[in-house]
Design a protein. Sequence first.
Length: 254
Amino acid sequence: MNIDGKKWLESMLNEIEPTTPFVQLEECEVVNILEGKLGAGGIATEIWEELTKELRPPIVRRGFAYEWNMFRRKLFITRLPDLIDCERIAELYEKSTPEELRTRICRLTGVQFESFLRSLLSSDSRLTNISITRVSHDGGIDFKGSLVQGLLQLPLIGQAKQTKAAVTAGLARDFVGALDTSGEPKSVVGLYVSTGGFTEPAVEAFKRSRFHIMTWSLDEVASRAVEYGVGAQRKNLQFLLLDETFWDELGGKT
């Protein structure tokens, strides 16, 4: 029997009108539609066998994707997001991803945080030759490298604390002392990374020291991770969508 699969497919898709964003139709339900509403009668099963071949890759009609799942023996119908939906989704991700990123950073183990920090520092074009110091011999120093400022390349020494507690003035002075006894020239630059932030006295202690010390809180770390694409990636997706305004206006003129 010669069955015009494409004709029956269009008739069936026109008959099925989803009322929810996601619908699952059992195979028997689809056959009943063919047999009853579309008048296929006794050859409904044979027609459906032909249509399953057409529906294995998704087919899009009227903003819905139709796909036959041969393993579950179901026809999946999914509403595709329109332009407003896509813009809303992008807005939600823009708001939620930084917060989720901060949560992920705080949940890292010590070794994982060390690896994350190495990736983050190495992604900063101003920082070069980043190396993590062995814990047992750090002397209050967690990483070293160089800071490029114009034509200058200054030695960089850093400390990192993954903790909920803010860095106190005492810890700040300890870091200043580590810079002072590091053996590096006076032009050495400090970088203190603390997921718990810094107390005001700690910030003042850094400012009063003779060294230039940069401080990165959790928000700064997350912001730089987004900027450098470490643990989060900005996706620029392009969609080919109908210009509904155009078609609405065109319809109004006829």
